[in-house]
Ligand binder design. Structure first.
Ligand code: TXA
Ligand code: MG
Length: 310
């Protein structure tokens, strides 16, 4: 189907799973209450968890948000399209059914040609945003390929719904979420847009406390998790899965699932490696975490959550 037809399908209430540079999203017309309700059903996600609204361009902020600060505009100008979600005070257009009844709304311009093409066609026919969480069942690992989306949710989709294939996600971890409702930006979820990058764009000091409790659904309960038990920074025993930087040798009998050569590759391959472990039916995956700051902080954040007991 063409992007024009995809946009029409969305307007008519279909769900469309689509690629972004971070992970695949499960999208609906953000103004269509019934379609948005189906996202929650397909994901098995609690209703009070807000969705990120994907928009075509910076100029679309004003449809969904009010009180947009100068520093937020600086961030949008510098890092959109890109792996960054900004939280604003919502406008009247952002209804309770997408914001989880919060007074704020999360917006993002994704950096992926397929996603942007779809958003632009949507805009032409009056769909101002695509509301989309990651296209996985609640609590699971986010999908970074169309095949992974298929595995996660195809059983829950309706005949009119679609899954678009845009190849493997280039970043591989969910966007940085930045609360822009205060005097200075605050990171709610770390990602590829790092604290240093935010400070660089805004000239403001950003809360350093980025691994603390966040008000979002990836908070401290188990999340971003495979079926296998995840154990961190220990050597794998025989028969266990093993993910570690390339310079760490595989312990005898362990099943190597990934050997990333650098932090970017670690982020890009992590979720597929966790899925691979599940596909092989492994009971346990031992993971040596990446060191350093920047994107490594985001990777450790997701691994910490993946390792929490249910
Ligand atoms: O990279 C991403 O952000 C991907 C792609 C598809 O864009 N999306 C994604 O969506 O990770 P989701 O729903 O799986 O995670 C979004 C997080 C949730 O934890 C949600 O609670 C939080 O963003 N969030 C959304 N709107 C919010 C708001 N107004 N205030 C606080 N947190 C919000
Ligand atoms: Mg998610």
């Amino acid at each position: 189907m063409s992007q024009v037809e995809n946009a029409v399908a969305l307007k008519n209430g279909a769900l469309i799973a689509f690629p972004t540079e971070t992970v695949y999203g499960l999208g609906a017309d953000a103004s269509n209450e019934k379609a948005v309700a189906r996202i929650y059903e397909v994901k098995g996600r609690p209703q009070d968890h807000p969705l990120i609204l994907h928009i075509a361009a910076i100029e679309d902020i004003s449809y969904w948000a009010t009180d947009v600060s100068e520093y937020a505009m600086a961030l949008a100008n510098k890092y959109w399209p890109g792996p960054m979600t900004l939280i604003f005070k919502r406008s009247e257009s952002a209804k309770d059914f997408v914001t989880g009844e919060q007074n704020t709304v999360g917006l993002r311009v994704p950096d992926h040609a397929l996603a942007l093409g779809l958003l632009q066609e949507c805009k032409k026919i009056g769909v101002h945003a695509i509301a989309a969480p990651s296209a996985n069942r609640f609590g699971h690992v986010s999908p970074t390929t169309a095949d992974a989306v298929q595995e996660e949710i195809s059983a829950y989709l309706a005949p009119q719904d679609l899954i678009l294939d845009g190849g493997p996600a280039q970043v591989g971890l969910e966007s940085t979420i930045i609360d822009c409702t205060g005097d200075a930006p605050k990171i709610l979820r770390p990602g590829a847009i790092t604290q240093a990058m935010i400070e660089d764009a805004t000239g403001l000091k950003v809360s350093e406390d980025i691994n603390s409790d966040i008000r979002v659904s990836g908070s401290l309960e188990k999340h971003y998790a495979p079926n296998a038990k995840v154990i961190l920074d220990v050597q794998a025993s025989e028969g266990q899965g093993f993910i570690a930087p390339a310079d760490v040798a595989t312990p005898p009998g362990a099943i190597r699932l990934a050997s990333p050569a650098n932090t970017d590759e670690y982020a890009r391959t992590l979720y597929a490696a966790l899925r691979d472990g599940d596909a092989q039916g492994l009971a346990t995956i031992a993971i040596i975490q990446p060191s350093g700051d920047g994107l490594a902080i985001a990777i450790r954040d997701r691994l910490m959550r993946a390792s929490k007991g249910r």
